[in-house]
Design a binder for this molecule. Structure first.
Ligand code: SF4
Ligand code: SF4
Ligand code: SF4
Length: 478
């Protein structure tokens, strides 16, 4: 008998109860210590003869295989299915119409030097951008409309030329049936609300870092004054126009304790009734050396956030926007484990391109956003010229190919880590694409145990309310 290398075991918070889950098979059970002991000593023939039902059950659940080849077959199926799923997902296009910004947030991952430069995309570059998007749609064989995300700097600055540029982007996107999302600091969102309401926009993300006292220490204008009142007024004006707002709250040691106050403020505003959603992103360091795609770097921050949410029911509506928390939130919502991750992010799946005001093409949105990772992988203006070989090599990175990930028990929760970080030591940008990995700081059993402590009661409660059974309770007496 062979025990799956993806079996993960956690303390379930009750005497002699352990949660076992296997992201490859999608099984999740509560075992007692004897059952766990039998599982880890499955090769002892006496136990198998005495408790055949238990071992048959473990086999059916994917905790045990007759031989390692059984697991290999399952991994091959997952690889093939993942490739199909990734290919069927829409292309994500990150658009940087400018790097100018009116705020000087204390933790910004971009340099404020670039926020002072009066850059703006020109009309002919916008036209080339849409040409490049359709070229990529065809090259990748995508039939679904792409998802365009406007980013910056600040995409919604209140300058007439910028309003024209944004209107042109939105108009071309609407004419082609493309989906649109906007990430804005929200300062001028109110002034843009009338324009934006004319277009089919999935959502607009606005950041509020807490109640006024803490937000105004962090998200400041160049003068040092705070932006809270301007942003709140903008959200009011946007929801009046039926725009869908997602509030992002960047949480670290500085503002975590004030999360309940922000929750109460949002509830008093009645925004939830107007379709506003709120996600909390535990992020400790927004610097180019860390992967900033909404991942925490300190276990203490994650634990404090879970404690605040546990102790303050008014924060219940705020989801946690890091990938491990999303894994458990998926189980609460759907009653089953999500599909195994074999790649880390859309850039590595080959489903993302990033285009900036200067005609540059990047494979990863963070590379041009940070201005810290050297040369682009190509240009889209005046013509499309891209290092295709490099894109293929990014796309070929997955947990069955990267040697450090092949034996990692967390691989199917992780997907192989951030490619940009794995390559960050490489001067030429080609890097060691086949072997280098950067393990995400929170991808460890300690962080997972904290999340199990928080989410397991919620999973069991949802299961009891909806008569479904993602978690089975099994003892060795089967
Ligand atoms: S609004 Fe965004 S881009 Fe501008 S300074 Fe703040 S974090 Fe940086
Ligand atoms: S990047 Fe690190 S944590 Fe992630 S799968 Fe690879 S070895 Fe495991
Ligand atoms: S490679 Fe890293 S930084 Fe780039 S999109 Fe993926 S996770 Fe984000």
């Amino acid at each position: 008998m062979y025990a799956s290398k993806y079996n993960l075991v956690f303390d379930a918070g009750h005497k002699d109860q352990y949660l076992i889950l296997n992201p490859l098979s999608g099984a999740m059970d509560l075992f007692d210590s004897r059952a766990l002991h039998l599982l880890s000593n499955a090769n002892e023939g006496n136990a198998q003869r005495a408790l055949p039902d238990f071992f048959t059950y473990c086999n059916e659940r994917g905790y045990l295989y007759d031989a390692p080849s059984g697991e290999e077959i399952r991994l091959k199926e997952i690889y093939e299915r993942s490739s199909e799923l990734h290919d069927s997902e829409p292309l994500r296009v990150e658009i940087y119409p400018t790097f100018l910004c009116n705020l000087r947030c204390t933790y910004c991952f971009q340099s404020h030097r670039m926020h002072g430069r009066a850059t703006l995309i020109r009309p002919e570059v916008i036209d080339s951008m849409f040409h490049a998007i359709s070229v990529y749609q065809d090259r990748l064989g995508k039939s679904q409309p792409p998802i365009l995300t406007l980013f910056g700097g600040e995409p919604l600055l209140n300058r007439s030329k910028q309003r024209e540029a944004i209107g042109r982007v939105l108009g071309l996107a609407r004419d082609r049936g493309y989906r649109i999302r906007i990430i804005t600091n929200g300062v001028h969102l109110g002034a843009y609300a009338g324009l934006l309401a004319k277009y089919p926009i999935d959502f607009i993300q606005v950041t509020l870092d807490g109640p006024r006292e803490v937000h105004d220490r962090r998200r400041i204008f160049a003068s040092g004054s705070g932006s809270f009142d301007r942003i709140v007024d903008s959200i009011d004006r946007a929801v009046e126009k039926s725009l869908r707002i997602v509030i992002r709250v960047n949480i670290d040691g500085d503002n975590i304790s004030l999360l309940p106050q922000l929750a109460q403020f949002i509830l008093r505003k009645g925004w939830l009734d107007k379709g506003v959603a709120v996600g909390v992103s535990p992020v400790d360091e927004f610097v180019p050396e860390t992967e900033w795609c909404a991942e925490p770097t300190k276990i203490d921050t994650l634990k404090k956030l879970l404690n605040v949410k546990r102790d303050h029911k008014e924060t219940e509506f705020m989801s946690i926007s890091c990938r491990l928390a999303q894994f458990f939130e998926y189980i609460v919502d759907n009653g089953r484990l999500p599909f195994p991750m074999i790649k880390y992010c859309p850039a590595t799946m080959g489903n993302q391109i990033s285009l900036d005001y200067g005609g540059n093409f990047f494979v990863c949105c963070c590379m041009n956003a940070c201005e810290a990772d050297g040369s682009p992988q190509g240009r889209f203006h005046p013509a499309v010229e891209v290092n295709e070989d490099l894109l293929v090599r990014w796309k070929n990175r997955h947990v069955f190919q990267l040697s450090p990930c092949r034996e990692c028990p967390l691989a199917l929760l992780c997907g192989g880590g951030c490619t940009r970080l794995a390559l960050s030591g490489c001067e030429c940008g080609c890097g060691d694409l086949q072997d280098a990995v950067a393990c995400p700081p929170m991808m460890n059993m300690q962080a997972l145990q904290s999340l199990v402590d928080y989410y397991l009661p919620r999973i069991l409660e949802a299961q009891a309310n909806e008569s479904r059974s993602p978690v089975k309770k099994r003892s060795s007496n089967l």
